[in-house]
Write a protein that binds this ligand. Structure first.
Ligand code: IMP
Ligand code: MG
Length: 178
C-alpha cells in the first residue's frame, strides 16, 4: 500500500495530537452537558473512534451511511440515506463527524436534514478540509487539518475502499486513480 502514496501529509503522531486537542475543545465547549456524535460512515470511523476517547463528557454515538447520486467522481449534492440514525435527536446536542469536506454538498444536505429533526444544537466536526473545491459555504466548528486539492487516503479515508487502514493521511499517486 505504501508504495502507492505520494506524500504523507499528516503523520500518525500529528493526528493523535490534533485529535486530542479537538476532544479537549469539545469537552470544554459542552461542559455540564452531553453530546451525540454522528459518524458518517465509512470514512469517519477511525477518526470518530479516536476522538470520542478524548472527550471527557458523556458522548453518545450514532451513525449514518450516505451516498450521493450520480457518478462517484462528481458529488451531485443529492444525498441518498442508506442507513439512518437509530435514535431520535430532538433536543440533543449533535456533532456531525466527517472525514473530509470537499465540495461541501454532502454536508449541506445532511445538516439541513438533521436540523429538521429539531436538535438542541448542531455542530460540524471534520478531520480534513479541502477548501479549494468548496461549492457551498459550510461553517466548520471543529477542524483537524486543511489539505490541498489532491486525492487523499488513509486514517479511514479510501480510494475504491482501499487504504482506509493506513495509520497516517497521505496523497495517492496519480497513476493509481487515473
Ligand atoms: P463533498 O460532498 O464533495 O464535500 O464530499 C465529501 C465526501 O467525498 C467525503 O466524505 C469523502 O467520502 C469523499 N471525498 C472527498 N474528497 C476525497 C479524497 O480526497 N479522498 C477520498 N474521499 C474523498
Ligand atoms: Mg465520506
Amino acid at each position: 500500500m505504501k508504495q502507492d502514496i505520494k506524500d504523507v501529509l499528516v503523520s500518525e503522531e500529528t493526528l493523535a495530537k490534533r485529535v486530542a486537542e479537538l476532544g479537549r475543545e469539545i469537552s470544554e465547549d459542552y461542559t455540564g452537558e452531553e453530546v451525540t456524535v454522528i459518524g458518517i460512515l465509512k470514512g469517519s470511523n477511525i477518526f470518530l473512534a479516536d476522538l470520542v476517547r478524548q472527550i471527557t463528557i458523556p458522548a453518545y454515538m450514532d451513525f449514518m451511511v450516505v451516498s450521493s447520486y450520480g457518478n462517484s467522481a462528481q458529488t451531485s449534492g443529492v444525498v441518498r440515506i442508506l442507513k439512518d440514525l437509530e435514535e431520535d435527536i430532538e433536543g440533543k446536542n449533535i456533532i456531525i463527524v466527517e472525514d473530509i469536506i470537499d465540495t461541501g454538498l454532502t454536508l449541506a444536505y445532511l445538516k439541513q436534514n438533521l436540523l429538521s429533526r429539531k436538535p438542541k444544537s448542531l455542530k460540524i466536526c471534520t478531520l480534513l478540509d479541502k477548501p479549494a473545491r468548496r461549492e457551498i459555504e459550510i461553517p466548520i466548528d471543529y477542524k483537524g487539518f486543511e489539505v490541498p486539492d489532491e486525492f487523499i487516503v488513509g486514517y479511514g479515508i479510501d480510494y475504491a475502499e482501499k487504504y482506509r487502514n493506513l495509520p497516517f493521511v497521505g496523497t495517492l499517486k496519480k497513476e493509481i486513480y487515473e
